[in-house]
Design a binder for this molecule. Structure first.
Ligand code: SAM
Ligand code: SF4
Length: 340
């Protein structure tokens, strides 16, 4: 019987799951994972920073905030041709989703957004799922991206509402939820997750998962980031997160949101192959990979395409093809569009 998709998890229920003896938790999450997913498949994604640095927001973890001296050189909006080149190489390396990230507070209805819409069309026409993470979005902007064939929009809630205001003061948790709601008014799927290692309590992590599992339908993709400490940011001296906390977060996210893709994202480069294998067993079925050793900017390292291909080979995992997610209704429709 497939684990039910619930939106009403209580914090006590979530804590009871999260605090299970670790191997019981992993076993339970692995069973749920197999009820909803092909456990031999891994979605491989590639992040492209299409507009880097000089962000006006003050997210305490972020290398791209203009508030902190992190050594990130601001770069203008990337030319579409360059985006398509990187995306083409990514596809040849087994990537099925390309994520276009911009260091913006929000999208503005201007020529830059027109160019991003054009990039979405171009990368979709390459036969790849496209995700955008551009900051806050209005409903009409979400509709424009939908019309361009956007597959997913990333907008992380990052932590609990209460802890959020201690790491970001230039926008509110409600702003984040509002953008997710705007995306939910379209057929674009939602990618939303968060970060652990910000200095939060375990309860903040569980409240974040409770918020995410309350989104109807569940976010189709839930990234679990491990804080990558960036010199020059207020969180540069935070303690590293024990891998057991990462495994507990992934397993709990899997049990709460059985049909979602759970993505092991920033910070994966610090985990060895065995630790990553435990995360996959616990239900992580999506990763970011890269042709450089960086994820989005030089501040956050990423495993390479070759290293990940070897890891997947050793673990007996295959890459998931684009638009091949039985849990996402939009997949088939977009696949048909691309094939036409
Ligand atoms: N400007 C867009 C926004 O804020 O939504 C895109 C942000 S960033 C490219 C996407 C996500 O990466 C952030 O929401 C955050 O969760 C995560 N992230 C950014 N910097 C990170 C870091 N140093 N360590 C871990 N996760 C990080
Ligand atoms: Fe800007 Fe996004 Fe970084 Fe926050 S996370 S500083 S909004 S790029």
């Amino acid at each position: 019987m497939n684990a039910a998709l619930r939106h009403d998890w209580s914090l006590d229920e979530i804590r009871a799951i999260h605090d299970l003896p670790l191997l019981d938790l992993v076993f339970r999450a692995a069973a749920v994972h197999r009820q909803h997913h092909n456990a031999r498949e891994m979605q491989v994604c590639k992040l492209i920073s299409i507009k880097t640095g000089a962000c006006p927001e003050d997210c305490a973890y972020c290398a791209q905030s203009s508030r902190y001296s992190t050594g990130i050189e601001p770069e203008r909006l990337m030319e579409k041709e360059k985006v398509l080149e990187i995306a083409g190489r990514a596809k040849a390396s087994g990537v099925s989703r390309v994520c276009l990230g911009a260091a913006w507070r929000e999208v503005k209805d201007n020529g830059q957004f027109d160019r991003v819409v054009d990039m979405v069309k171009g990368v979709t026409d390459l036969g790849l799922e496209v995700c955008c993470t551009l900051g806050m979005l209005t409903e009409s902007q979400a509709r424009r991206l939908e019309d361009a064939g956007l597959y997913a929009y990333n907008h992380n809630v990052d932590s609990s509402a209460e802890f959020y205001e201690t790491i970001i003061t230039t926008r509110t948790y409600a702003d984040r939820l509002n953008t997710i709601e705007n995306v939910r008014k379209t057929q674009v799927t939602v990618c939303s997750g968060g970060i652990i290692g910000l200095g939060e309590r375990v309860d903040d992590r569980l409240q974040m998962l409770q918020t995410l599992a309350g989104v109807r339908p569940h976010p189709e993709s839930v990234p679990i980031n491990i804080l990558s400490r960036v010199e020059g940011t207020p969180l540069a001296d935070n303690e590293d997160v024990p891998v057991w906390d990462v495994i507990r977060m992934i397993a709990t996210a899997r049990i709460l949101m059985p049909a979602s893709d759970v993505r092991l994202t920033a910070g994966r480069a610090k985990l060895n192959a065995t630790e990553q294998a435990l995360c996959f067993l616990a239900g992580a079925n999506s990763i970011f990979s890269s042709e450089t050793e960086f994820m989005l900017t030089r501040a956050v390292p990423s495993p390479s395409y070759d290293a990940d291909a070897e890891l997947l080979r050793v673990l007996g995992l295959q890459v998931r093809a684009p638009f091949d997610n039985p849990n996402a209704p939009r997949a088939a429709e977009l696949a048909a569009r691309v094939a036409a």
